[in-house]
Design a protein around this ligand. Structure first.
Ligand SMILES: [Zn+2]
Ligand SMILES: [Zn+2]
Length: 345
């Protein structure tokens, strides 16, 4: 099969031919129909992820068709159209037994712990636990974004942030995760404020439901949010993963507000300074959010089916596998609006 592979961190990945994967007993192999290019893939390529062994094929936001099935798989057959959370549970640890596969103790992540979906085929383990059937009529390009950005934002806003109608929600960073969070929080009835450096992304944030947009170049972003919200946001997300957006997110909260860290903080940003006096004095909650387990997809997909959420609006550029190396290496420049998806292999 064709695959995009890198042999050294930070050196240009190449389009190469490698052997087709075979499913293990409890797994499947998917024929990839669409796969998003995500900032997490960029972190992996930079060498920020200790799970990655070289040589490596990135790619974790995927949708496709079941092409081969292991002998112990009960629920899936060749031709089924599916997506998968980027964190796959093992099915046998205490977190998986509690239904919390997104923090599985032995989790696997395509594109990190094994070769991913920047390829014609990708193996997925524990298929009965981790695969999610696509609803009728959903395009593969839309479905690809569900596996990481959209599902991650759904869990961050709904399950971790517990956003309720009428609350003020601030979203710092309006890339793929942030725009998804804006749409989901607005659908939940919140008043959403988007923050970004890019006026095009801010305009899109307003189109999909934000009631206000703040230019991140502004000197006092938290102050601007506290003014609009008359006291601070109830819930705020760092959807980028940077010390500046993280700090702004915490400082823009009202007392007893919730900060949800969604963007990864890796490499030089792995140990940021946190404004602890506000967290203690105002009883701020700090929450992490890490993907979303397969069994929670139903709630999200029902909101897509009913038209309350429209992830197709967040698909940006569609590119070929041959264009993936350049797109991956450019992920840190933040030029793309919406999710870049590989749809031609
Ligand atoms: Zn991702
Ligand atoms: Zn597990």
């Amino acid at each position: 099969m064709k695959a995009v592979l890198f042999e050294t961190f930070q050196e240009a990945p190449k389009l190469v031919t490698v052997p087709d994967p075979v499913p293990d007993a409890h797994g499947v192999v998917l024929k990839v129909a669409a796969t998003g290019v995500c900032r997490s893939d960029w972190h992996g390529w930079m060498g920020h992820d200790s799970d990655i062994e070289l040589p490596h094929v990135p790619g974790h936001e995927l949708a496709g068709e079941v092409a081969a099935v292991g002998k112990d798989v009960r629920n899936w057959k060749i031709g089924d159209k599916v997506t998968v959370p980027f964190i796959c549970g093992c099915g046998s640890c205490s977190e998986c037994h509690a239904g919390q596969q997104q923090v599985c103790l032995h989790q696997e992540q395509p594109g990190f712990t094994h070769w991913g979906s920047f390829a014609e085929y990708v193996p997925i383990h524990q298929a009965d636990l981790n695969l999610v059937a696509l609803p009728e009529g959903m395009g593969f390009d839309t479905a690809a974004s569900l596996g990481c950005r959209f599902a991650t934002s759904f869990r961050a806003v709904i399950d971790q942030g517990k956003v309720r109608a009428g609350q003020w929600v601030a979203v710092h960073g309006c890339g793929g995760v942030g725009l998804s969070a804006v749409m989901i929080a607005a659908a939940a009835g919140a008043n959403v404020i988007g923050v970004d450096l890019d006026p095009v992304k801010l305009a899109l944030a307003k189109e999909i439901g934000a009631v206000a947009a703040i230019d991140g170049h502004e000197a006092d972003v938290p102050g601007a949010i506290r003014e609009i919200t008359r006291g601070g946001a109830h819930v705020s997300l760092d959807a980028l993963g940077h010390p500046v957006t993280m700090t702004n997110s915490i400082l823009c909260l009202r007392p007893r507000g919730k900060h949800v860290q969604v963007g990864l903080m890796l490499g030089e940003h792995a140990a940021p300074q946190v404004p602890m006096p506000k967290i203690v004095g105002q009883e701020i909650e700090l929450l992490g959010s890490h993907g979303m387990q397969a069994h929670r997809y139903g709630a999200m997909l029902d909101m897509v089916a009913s038209g309350k959420l429209d992830p197709a609006r967040l698909v940006g550029e569609r590119i070929s596998l041959a264009e993936a190396p350049a797109a991956l290496m450019a992920m840190d420049s933040f030029r793309s609006v919406g999710a870049t998806v590989i749809t031609r292999f």
